[in-house]
Design a protein around this ligand. Structure first.
Ligand code: ZN
Ligand code: ZN
Length: 324
């Protein structure tokens, strides 16, 4: 006898057909970002800043490459990680929840490596070199406190000079963690994400619990036409249907705005319900787009949206504005 699926089952199969998550490719994630930042930096009003962040991204790639050669955590550290991942599974929470994660000191070594790379780069202005030297000399306790603050999405008391470098170092650390997830864990996550993650955390990265920097409508084969939110920390991407506010999840009152005469590959997806916007990138209009770089390279769109009374869903990880 032929079995008939009920509508809920059909819906659940349809949802499973869409790849829920895309883990970042550690082989070239930061190198691609650096290349894109350099390209966007040509004749750009904040070209110097984009080139500085390209230098940082190159150094991030080198740090990540070095990290991947290290043995995985063992002993007590491994036990702690396993315990946290098991807890996350039980409570349907992101397995590598950034806030409160038992981070290894290693992230501060990465921070020093990034600062050193900027200091020795021929293109770095003197003021930036001096800033990197100062960041390098900050006491470990201060850096740990700042990392906790940034990972918890805090704004009060952020050390604005150090913040982009601290975040860049934490990105390397979390991309390493995310890409060290075994295939099985990633597959479980991809399949379970839709039903297992509670609604109140659906706006954050299913791997590390961080807010997205922007979203991308992918044009590559397996993902064509699907929209993914891009994690500001670990660069994992997770699926969200199109024409839906990534902040309040409203599907009504969604509009798209761009800069007149600007790139067609980038728009602000704004919501009349919560007056929040996040940028959405269209890969079919430009195959080279990279969420963190393109978000940073389109500050003019942020100015336009601010003028129109919308606020950003969350900041760019490589930019810290003291004025908030
Ligand atoms: Zn993440
Ligand atoms: Zn909204």
């Amino acid at each position: 006898m032929q079995r008939i699926l009920d509508p809920a089952q059909i819906e659940s199969f349809a949802q499973r057909a869409i790849p829920r998550i895309r883990l970042p490719d550690p082989a070239n994630l930061f190198a691609r970002r650096a290349e894109r930042l350099r390209e966007l930096g040509r004749n750009h009003v904040i070209g110097d800043y984009l080139r500085l962040m390209a230098t940082v991204s190159d150094a991030q790639q080198a740090a990540l490459d070095a990290l991947s050669l290290l043995p995985p955590p063992s002993g007590q550290a491994a036990g702690e990680v396993e315990q946290r991942m098991a807890q996350a599974r039980t409570h349907a929470m992101p397995p590598l929840q950034a806030a409160g994660w038992p981070r290894d000191n290693r992230w501060r070594t990465i921070l020093n490596e990034l600062c050193d790379a900027v200091t020795v780069s021929a293109g770095s202005p003197d003021a930036v070199r001096a800033a990197c030297t100062r960041v390098r000399e900050r006491p470990a306790a201060h850096l740990e406190e700042q990392a906790n603050l940034l990972l918890a999405d805090g704004t009060e008391g952020v050390d604005a000079e150090a913040a982009p470098f601290i975040t860049a170092a934490l990105q390397v650390y979390w991309v390493h963690l995310a890409t060290s997830l075994t295939l099985d864990a990633a597959r479980d996550l991809a399949l379970e994400h839709h039903s297992a993650v509670p609604v109140d955390v659906s706006g954050v990265c299913p791997v590390c619990g961080t807010l997205p920097v922007a979203s991308v409508v992918r044009a590559d084969k397996q993902y064509q036409g699907y929209r993914y939110l891009h994690c500001a920390l670990c660069s994992t991407e997770w699926h969200l249907v199109r024409v839906k506010c990534s902040h309040c999840l409203s599907t009504e009152g969604i509009a798209y705005q761009g800069i007149e005469g600007g790139s067609e590959a980038i728009r602000a997806e704004c919501c009349e319900h919560c007056h929040t916007y996040r940028k959405i990138l269209y890969q079919e209009k430009d195959m080279e787009i990279e969420p963190v770089a393109d978000d940073l390279g389109s500050l003019a769109l942020d100015l336009l949206m601010a003028e129109e009374g919308y606020h950003r869903g969350s900041g760019n990880p490589l930019l810290w504005q003291t004025s908030g």
